[in-house]
Design a protein around this ligand. Structure first.
Ligand SMILES: Nc1ncnc2c1ncn2[C@@H]1O[C@H](COP(=O)(O)OP(=O)(O)OP(=O)(O)O)[C@@H](O)[C@H]1O
Length: 304
């Protein structure tokens, strides 16, 4: 499946908050939808889910108009939407059947997911008596119980302790590997880096960066290199670097790695050849990859 979002515009009370959002997402991948508070992530997701109508723009699935109701979608909304006063099993079974699942299958899927998320002991508990993290896991069970083809997770890790985060990480990875189309919105960059092949960064309702995360990171660090000398050269390496200041602008040290920035017009092969000619044994010589946090701060960090 391939979902294409074209030129989405959305206004609330005459104020436009999405100014023409476009991106594409394919099944078997996770798309990280990123942006600061108020950037427009939830609004975009709600348009996908048909909670809001866009003022302009098109949604296409495999080239045909996309309507959420025609697909099996598991949506974990940012504002959690279960009934606090009802029993866990009661409401999960009700919602699964509402989404078209047969009672017997719903019952067995309920057991499977409660067990998978380590909350089977709360099957007959009233939701509001569970801790925040366990309520979050119940909501996740509800999201995945119907074996959706499209999984939309808005801040799924909020409120989870490290052990539960680990369980959820495994579950998200399984969903991606099972060929689901996964949209993942989060402020937690470590999780985005973990799961998402592609990212979209929204800023004030515009897409400011999108594409393959690995390529974006490479492009960000295109003139920066990570060098790690072999232990045998540790004593002479810094002096050798200082001698090639016609090739590099600066270097910083991170543990046993040196981050160097090549000067304009200098090819990395030239630096490599120089080091080899000066008998430096290099264990690591690679393009520096910026972290997603570095990239996010540059792209979405400015104030209005
Ligand atoms: N129902 C609404 N009525 C009016 N304005 C809204 C409504 N929903 C969202 N907005 C506005 O749209 C803009 C985008 O909000 P949105 O919730 O999509 O941002 P977000 O990126 O999901 O933020 P966060 O990370 O804080 O959840 C904000 O300025 C918000 O105030």
């Amino acid at each position: 499946m391939k979902l294409e979002v074209h030129d989405l515009h959305k206004s609330f009370q005459g104020k436009e908050v999405l100014h023409g959002i476009s991106f594409t997402i394919e099944s078997g991948k996770a798309l990280g939808l990123l942006g600061r508070n108020g950037a427009g992530k939830s609004t975009t997701i709600r348009i996908l889910m048909d909670v809001f109508k866009a003022n302009q723009g098109t949604l296409l699935m495999d080239g045909k108009p996309f309507h959420a109701k025609e697909y099996n979608i598991g949506y974990l909304p940012e504002e959690r939407g279960l009934y606090p006063k009802k029993k866990v099993s009661e409401q999960l079974l009700y919602l699964a059947e509402l989404r078209g699942m047969k009672k017997a299958e719903a019952k067995s899927n309920l057991k499977k997911w409660l067990k998978r998320l380590h909350i089977e002991e709360y099957e007959s508990s009233v939701l509001e008596t569970l801790s925040k993290g366990n309520q979050q896991k119940v909501q996740l069970a509800q999201t995945l119980m119907n074996d959706p083809d499209i999984v939309i997770l808005d801040e799924p890790f909020s409120g989870l302790d490290p052990v539960n985060s680990q369980i959820l990480q495994e579950v998200v990875q399984e969903q991606i590997q099972a060929g689901k189309l996964v949209i993942f919105s989060s402020h937690q960059m470590n999780y985005v880096e973990e799961f998402c092949e592609d990212i979209v960064i929204l800023h004030h309702g515009n897409v400011v960066l999108q594409g393959n995360l690995k390529q974006i990171k490479k492009a960000f660090g295109h003139n920066r290199l990570v060098l790690r000398p072999n232990e045998s050269c540790a004593g002479t390496f810094e002096d050798t670097l200082k001698q090639c200041q016609n090739m590099i602008n600066l270097y910083t040290k991170q543990a046993e790695d040196y981050i160097v920035e090549l000067k304009e017009g200098i090819d990395k092969q030239m630096l490599f050849a120089y080091l080899v000619n000066h008998h430096i044994d290099i264990d690591v010589f690679k393009i520096y990859e910026a972290s997603l946090t570095d990239i996010f701060v540059v792209k979405a960090g400015d104030e209005e």
